[in-house]
Design a protein around this ligand. Structure first.
Ligand code: ZN
Length: 336
């Protein structure tokens, strides 16, 4: 089969599309004919070798879905031809975190496409526990935006405990997670100030679309002169210090990424005098993913897609993540 393959010493220039031996399916695994895959910053970090990576050479691809091709002898309830997406976290199901419904934090876990081969290939084999069926009316573009992009945004809003009427600032609102954070925060009844240079963010529900420097003025307009209840910022070094200053007393700052760098300044007295909560999140749970499938099936959220590439063009697709012209999600269409 054809697959994107990266080898030591890693990096995008060590990624190529090549023929690899067909995958074999063990008793508890499912083989998927990959239909679509989403491109996310995490794929870039894995390919660059800055995340755990196994096996080597390695097939990346953390966010994908497709048609069930074959199931192992012990797999029940999943059949050939089913349309499925893949929950991207490996989990053991038996540690204290798994048992409390936090399988995304499993003590023996990791990312599919990172600690296992992933979905940038014609076929992928995953454990049946990670396979989730989707309804026929859910299109592939929406479906493959759930496992990483929408799930991360949804989990962030849930952990921030966003309530109706609250004001949420989303930094990087046109990005993979940002565009879903805007739509899901609106769905939860919040007012949304989107930090983005893309005017279309207004079309997916943002009350205001402004630059970070204009955010205070925008908050004045939507929140009667009060600051934000929640700020979601996955941009990192470049924005965090200014993001925290947008929070009202008791506000919550949520981070799940650091695209522009992993260190940031924060004024400690600002954090304690306003009783600001700092919340870190990563991924989300299978239960949240099931809820997102329902929400997306009712067309309450949808991805804004900029470009769709073939598997052969995977390198260009990943490079485009950092293009200045980027204007929405980047997907791979492998089999439609
Ligand atoms: Zn576990």
């Amino acid at each position: 089969m054809k697959a994107a393959l990266v080898d030591k010493p890693f990096g995008l220039d060590r990624l190529s599309v090549t023929n690899v031996p067909d995958l074999r399916v063990s008793d508890e695994e499912v083989k998927i004919k990959v239909a679509y895959a989403g491109i996310n910053p995490v794929d870039y970090f894995i390919i660059s070798g800055s995340r755990a990576i196994n096996p080597v050479p390695h097939i990346p691809g953390t966010e994908f879905g497709g048609y069930v091709e074959e199931v192992g002898s012990k797999v029940k309830g999943i059949n050939k031809g089913d349309r499925v997406i893949v929950y991207p976290r490996i989990f053991d199901g038996i540690c204290d975190l798994c048992l409390s419904g936090k399988e995304h934090l499993c003590r023996n876990g990791g990312l599919i496409g990172g600690i296992t081969n992933g979905g940038f290939a014609e076929y992928a084999v995953v454990r049946y526990q990670n396979v989730i069926k989707i309804p026929n009316n859910l299109n592939w573009e929406s479906a493959v935006s759930i496992p990483v992009a929408a799930l991360t945004a949804f989990h962030a809003l849930i952990e921030a405990d966003v309530k109706p009427g609250e004001t949420v600032v989303i930094v990087g609102a046109s990005g993979n997670t940002g565009q879903f954070a805007v739509q899901l925060a609106k769905m939860m009844g919040a007012k949304v100030v989107a930090i983005s240079s893309k005017p279309w963010v207004k079309n997916i529900g943002a009350d205001e679309v402004v630059s970070l420097n204009q955010a205070l003025n925008a908050l004045q307009r939507v929140n009667n002169g009060r600051f934000a209840d929640v700020v979601i910022d996955s941009i990192g070094s470049k924005t965090v210090e200014r993001s925290v200053k947008l929070l009202d007393i008791g506000g919550r700052f949520v981070t799940f990424g650091a695209l522009t760098g992993i260190s940031a300044r924060m004024t400690i007295s600002e954090v304690y005098s306003k009783e600001i909560k700092i919340i870190g999140v990563t991924g989300g749970t299978r239960k949240e993913m099931l809820r997102l499938i329902e929400i997306a099936s009712k067309n309450e959220i949808r991805p804004i897609i900029w470009k769709t590439f073939n598997l052969d063009d995977v390198k260009t697709a990943i490079n485009s993540l950092f293009s200045r012209e980027r204007n929405g999600r980047i997907l791979l269409k492998i089999a439609g």
